[in-house]
Every structure is written in structure tokens, then in C-alpha cells.
Design a protein around this ligand. Structure first.
Ligand SMILES: *Cc1c(COP(=O)(O)O)cnc(C)c1O
Length: 395
């Protein structure tokens, strides 16, 4: 408008709302913020018990399961630690499938509890082969069989989704416990816990559940309880037997994050309103639209289509343009936040999260903004092509 303002320099407090296109925390719907923003109520009240009960029922609906579900006041990693501390004895053999940073986290937690961990490490950007996992499990049987296998359903650090159904059935057929990080798949991707025979599944509140950070969730099968009965690992706060006993009375052993439980109930109500199929379809569409737009921008996708996550997309920056510059441009000019790569992939890829309270509009907005930023940085774009490609990919 000729005011001479540099793009990105907001001169007053009036600026567009910051938009999180990172893989957690994710945007939170107003109804959830309002529910979570009320003054906390006592955690031993009928109102709190009712909300907890409804939230737990909602979590089971979303996980298509009759297994126990517990809400923990912790981040997702707390739920991961609970998974190990309640099933694995020190010196148990564990197979950790590692397709990225979060797969390695399972291995580290299991080792912290004294497990003897075998790592099956996959090249970053690729999904694990079910046959390779089967072969590993078979060969371990000749010495000392694995007690459990740890799996990352959706690897957030690379944007890869694994064939969880195949992996779970390989584990189950061999009598190996499946322990699954579903933090960026649960609530966005079909995850029928009972049909697939998953034993332990964990998630966190700040991803597809559309909540602020602060809650962990853990699903526990009857086979997991059998392992629990034989597990003498020291634990206290995360002893799931305590949570089971308390939940029989619709409460928790310790003071939970009451505000987030209210929010969880509100977000699950919204999800029930949308419906499972619609939720899953929406996320596939987000991925499809984004990938088409990225292709049209002439950028490389880090993951091939068959392993591409519906909730997070990793992108390689064009020659001569840094991840930093792209992230800064998006942040300063448009207040859109995207993520860097993690660890070895830092500066090599940037990641756009699209899980939870995210719609086609948000993808188009991000693509258009990215196009403008890339053009500023000297990348040749054909204006409007990215949005056009995204729109037609999901029409
Ligand atoms: C976010 C995330 C976690 C949990 O991280 P916290 O910071 O502990 O909530 C675990 N696994 C994956 C795949 C994730 O994306």
C-alpha cells in the first residue's frame, strides 16, 4: 500500500494470529479453550468424575477399543515411560524399530529401565519392512525371544507412517508384546486397537487431540496386564494398577490436570460430531493437497507417497535456500510456524504439521504463504500454481 513497511515487520500489536503448522502443539478449537479455561473444579467431585468418564469413553471410541484407557498428567513421553515401566523387566529383550528420533526414544527409555534392546534402524524417510521385523523376531526366538517390540506408528521427525497393522500381527503371532507410540497418528489416522491386536498404545494431548500440551493417554490390553502382573520394575506415579483401581470409581490416583480433562471431553465431543471416517479422510486430504502443492512449487518431498504420513510432511528446501530462511520468512511475514528437522536432519528438511484442528483452508494458506516466501528468497515460482495444484488434487 506504499506505506514502505518491510514485509514481516509488524509495527503495532495488531497482527494476524500466530498459526501453528508444527507437529505439536497444534491449533486448539475455541470450544476446547473455553472448556479448559474455566476455573478448575475439585478433582474428587461428581462433575470431574463425569468429565473423566466421558473423556475415557471418548478415547476408547476413537481408538476403537474395549481395552483399558488411562489419562495421565504428563507429556506424551510420560505415557511412553509408563508403557515400559509397567511391562518390561530389567534384562528383558526388546526390539526397537527405529525410523527416526521418536523410535530411538523408545529404545532409550527401555534401556533406562534395564532392558536389553536390539535396534532395527531404518534409513530416515523410509518405513520399516514388516518382513525384516518378522525375520528379527524369528531369529531372536533361537536364543532368547523378545518380550516386546516398540513401534512408532507415525514418525514425526521424518513424516513416515509405518504399516502398524502388519507389524502388530507379526508381533502377536510370535507372542511378542506390541508397544506403540501413536502420538501423531491416534485421532487422525485409522487405528483400530482391538482389530489390530495392539497391546500398549500411547498418545499425548497436544497433537491430533486438539488440546494444549499436558496430558498423556495410554491404552492397555489384557496381554499387557499379564505382563504387568509379572513386571517388578520400580514405579510409583506411573503404576497403572493405581490408575485402574481409581478409574473404577471414575477418578485418578493423583490430582490430574482438571482443566485439560475438561478440554479433552470438549475435543472428543467435537470429534464424535465429525465422525471417525470423516476425521481420517480429512487428514488424508490435507496430506494429498499439501504434497501436490509442494510438488508444484518444485520442492522435493522427503518421503515417498506410499510411506507418507497423513499428519506431517517433511520437505527438502530448494538449492541455495536454507530451512532457517524459510522458517523465518513464514514466521515474520505471515506468523505461520513450521518446524525444522530434528537432530541429524536439522537444517536439511522443514516439516509442516497438519493434524487435529486443521483444514484445507489452512493448507492453501500455508502453500500460498510459502510460495511468497520462496519467491522473496529468489526461488522461481509460478504464482498461484501451488494452490491450484493443491485444490485440484483433492477436488
Ligand atoms: C510429540 C511426540 C511424542 C511426545 O512428545 P512429548 O513432548 O513428550 O509430548 C512422542 N512421539 C511422537 C511420535 C511425537 O510426535
Amino acid at each position: 500500500m506504499g506505506c514502505g513497511r518491510r514485509p514481516g515487520a509488524y509495527m503495532s500489536d495488531l497482527k494476524p494470529r500466530e498459526f501453528l503448522m508444527i507437529p505439536g502443539p497444534t491449533p486448539v478449537p475455541d470450544a476446547v479453550l473455553e472448556a479448559a479455561g474455566k476455573h478448575p473444579i475439585g478433582h474428587r467431585t461428581p462433575e470431574c468424575s463425569k468429565a473423566l468418564r466421558e473423556a475415557v469413553d471418548g478415547l476408547k471410541w476413537l481408538g476403537q477399543t474395549g481395552n483399558d484407557a488411562f489419562v495421565l498428567t504428563s507429556s506424551g513421553t510420560g505415557a511412553m515411560e509408563a508403557a515400559i515401566a509397567n511391562t518390561i523387566n530389567s534384562s528383558d529383550r526388546v526390539l526397537s524399530v527405529i525410523v527416526g528420533v521418536f523410535g530411538e526414544r523408545w529404545a532409550k527409555i527401555a534401556e533406562a529401565y534395564g532392558a536389553s534392546v536390539d535396534r532395527l534402524v531404518v534409513e530416515p524417510g523410509k518405513a520399516v519392512s514388516v518382513d525384516e521385523v518378522k525375520a528379527k523376531i524369528e531369529s531372536a526366538k533361537k536364543k532368547e525371544p523378545y518380550k516386546a517390540i516398540t513401534i512408532t506408528h507415525n514418525e514425526t521427525s521424518t513424516g513416515v507412517i509405518n504399516n502398524l497393522q502388519g507389524l502388530a500381527s507379526a508381533a502377536k503371532n510370535a507372542g511378542v508384546l506390541s508397544i506403540v507410540d501413536a502420538v501423531t497418528s491416534y485421532g487422525a489416522v485409522n487405528l483400530p486397537i482391538d482389530d489390530w491386536g495392539l497391546d500398549v498404545v500411547v498418545t499425548g494431548s497436544q497433537k491430533a487431540l486438539m488440546l494444549p500440551p499436558g496430558l498423556g493417554v495410554i491404552f492397555f490390553s489384557s496381554r499387557a496386564w499379564q505382563a504387568h502382573a509379572k513386571c517388578n520394575t520400580p514405579r510409583f506415579y506411573f503404576d497403572l494398577a493405581k490408575y485402574r483401581k481409581s478409574l473404577e470409581e471414575d477418578t485418578t490416583p493423583f490430582t490430574p490436570n482438571v482443566s485439560l480433562i475438561m478440554g479433552l471431553k470438549a475435543s472428543l465431543d467435537l470429534m464424535r460430531g465429525e465422525g471417525l471416517e470423516a476425521i481420517f479422510e480429512r487428514h488424508v486430504k490435507l496430506k494429498t493437497a499439501l504434497r501436490a502443492g509442494i510438488n508444484a512449487l518444485g520442492l522435493k518431498l522427503f518421503v515417498e507417497e506410499d510411506a507418507a504420513s497423513p499428519t506431517i510432511t517433511a520437505i527438502i528446501p530448494p538449492e541455495g535456500i536454507t530451512v532457517d530462511a524459510i522458517r523465518k520468512g513464514l514466521k515474520q511475514r505471515f506468523r505461520i510456524v513450521v518446524a525444522d528437522g530434528q537432530e541429524a536432519l536439522k537444517g536439511k528438511i522443514f516439516r509442516i504439521g497438519h493434524m487435529g484442528y486443521v483444514f484445507e483452508r489452512d493448507i492453501l494458506m500455508t502453500l500460498a504463504s510459502l510460495e511468497a516466501v520462496l519467491s522473496d528468497l529468489g526461488h522461481k515460482t509460478r504464482p498461484g500454481e501451488a494452490v491450484k495444484a493443491a485444490v485440484s488434487a483433492v477436488r
